[in-house]
Design a binder for this molecule. Structure first.
Ligand code: NAD
Length: 471
């Protein structure tokens, strides 16, 4: 079964398919494909009960063609070296697809976060950071982690403060990690960035009539029926933005089970319900599904896997009813499943494009940290003033009068959040059209995943050429 093929092998299979479509100098495909360095660590951590536990963890820097390298840190029992290498490779390609000037990396700690107290998680995170720092696997110009599965802004704050304590006086220490709390050097809009990026990508794809027609779908998001797997950071924000955009979330799958309502679920209320009860199950008005994975096969237009890799396999791909798979998670569709879906004419919006919103806004956060000034701080008031003068002139020339509400709305200057969101939107839209063009040029030879890889390989090849390393 395809699910049992190692994750890295699956990523490499798609990479090789893409590399075969373009002419590259000898050895360059291999240079881009292989990981530069992997650090495996086992370190002891004291549990609250006094026992000492040895924890396994990894950090892989897949590519140094641009520095720093960048990629999340996950806490999961499924973490192993193969997974971290595969995810690091995806990060290299993702950064290239959206023109974020980083190499790819990924880190993982093999723990089930639910089994540890907050104090234990803090000790583990700080010790991991110490280990990374001691081998130069972290730093604003070296390797910059971010949140991923099982981690969030709290863990990033711990990483930053540990690194800063180890590198006293380093002016740019805050830029050693992104996804930090806003008050601790983070940036507005980072927490929801991946979900917002997924929304922008799906909205853009659904807005193209020529592409929706062969799928048998109408243009636009309105009334699109969506199933989301995973109600964590990526899944919950994606569901929220898609619902705000007019789509109907008909099912949500979590690890404890799934809920289904063909008339649509109230996403905010469901998130609240899970917060209160610890489960999506028994949500008023919805039907429970005890086997969570069955939700992936329900009737819908768009399926958003936003949990983990290997969810859509050769086994269930023939039964998936969605016409669009929007990969919020990394690697949710196996290589064999991709082939089946391509055969069946299902559109797959690939991970290395669709979930790039997180790393895009992480890039903004890193740049903000290095510049030591909040975006918009210098120009917000100047913009407001200039807009106000323009409105005054329009009023004078036309004799019309704007209401105070209209004036406030029209004279707004751009603050950090607006700038971040507009930079994210620009990035997601631009990259979509780039990979769509490439896909159209290759026709049957490439789906959007292969097209995204072609885009990434071509851009990385240019960097190697400009560095004089390859002809
Ligand atoms: P998260 O830990 O916030 O949420 C993951 C959710 O998936 C959790 O609620 C978990 O209970 C649920 N889940 C686990 N196993 C499941 C299963 N078998 N069925 C249904 N639900 C299940 O993690 P996240 O940050 O949202 O990451 C999710 C995916 O998105 C990962 O593949 C990650 O690599 C990818 N991703 C995350 C970011 C980011 O900015 N956080 C960026 C890009 C990609």
């Amino acid at each position: 079964m395809s699910g049992s093929i190692p994750f890295l092998k699956q990523v490499n299979r798609a990479f090789d398919e893409a590399a075969a479509l373009i002419e590259l100098p000898n050895g360059l495909a291999r240079q881009i494909r292989e990981a530069n360095s992997v650090y495996q660590i086992s370190f002891p951590v004291a549990r609250d009960n006094g026992n000492i536990e040895v924890i396994d963890a990894w950090r892989c820097e897949h590519s140094h063609h641009r520095l720093p390298s960048k990629g999340g840190i996950r806490f999961s029992m499924l973490v192993n070296e193969d997974e971290i290498r595969a995810l690091a490779a995806l990060m290299t390609f993702k950064c290239a697809v959206v023109d974020v000037p980083f190499g790819g990396a990924k880190g993982g700690i093999k723990i089930d976060r639910r089994e540890y107290s907050d104090a234990e998680l803090e000790r583990i995170t700080r010790r991991y950071t110490y280990e990374l720092a001691s081998k130069s696997f972290i730093g604003p110009g070296i390797d910059v982690p971010a949140p991923d599965y099982g981690t969030g802004s709290r863990e990033m704050g711990w990483i930053m403060s540990t690194y800063r304590a180890l590198c006293t006086g380093e002016l740019n220490a805050e830029a050693c990690v992104t996804g930090k709390p806003v008050g601790g050097g983070g940036i507005r809009g980072r927490t929801e960035a991946t979900g917002r990026g997924v929304f922008f990508g799906v909205r853009e794809a659904c807005g193209i009539k020529e592409d929706m027609k062969p799928l048998g779908l109408s243009t636009g998001l309105a009334d699109k029926r969506v199933i989301v797997q995973g109600l964590g950071n990526v899944g919950s924000h994606t569901a929220r933005f898609l619902a705000q955009g007019g789509a109907s979330i008909v099912a949500v799958a979590e690890y404890e089970g799934a809920v289904h309502n063909p008339s649509g679920l109230d996403v905010e209320a469901l998130i609240e319900h899970r917060r209160e009860t610890g489960s999506v199950l028994d949500f008023p008005g919805a039907t429970n599904l005890s086997v969570s994975a069955e939700a992936l096969e329900l009737d819908c237009d768009i399926l958003v896997p936003a949990a983990l890799e290997n969810q859509i396999t050769a086994d269930n791909a023939p039964r998936i009813q969605a016409r669009i798979i929007a990969e919020g998670a990394n690697g949710p569709t196996t290589a064999d499943a991709s082939a089946i879906l391509r055969e069946r004419g299902v559109m797959v919006l690939p991970d290395m494009y669709l979930n790039a919103g997180g790393v895009t806004v992480s890039y903004f956060e890193w740049a903000k940290n290095l510049s030591h000034i909040r975006f918009g701080r210098m120009q917000k008031r100047a913009e407001q003033e200039s807009h106000r003068r323009l409105l005054d002139a329009v009023e004078k020339a036309s004799g019309a009068q704007f209401s105070d509400l209209e004036k406030d709305d029209l004279t707004q200057g751009s603050g950090e959040e607006q700038l971040v969101n507009s930079g994210l939107e620009e990035t997601m839209l631009g990259a979509y059209h780039e990979i769509r063009e490439i896909q159209k040029n290759f026709g049957d030879k490439a789906d959007l995943r292969i097209a995204a890889l072609v885009s990434a390989i071509q851009k990385i090849a240019v960097t190697y050429r400009q560095l004089g390393i390859f002809p």
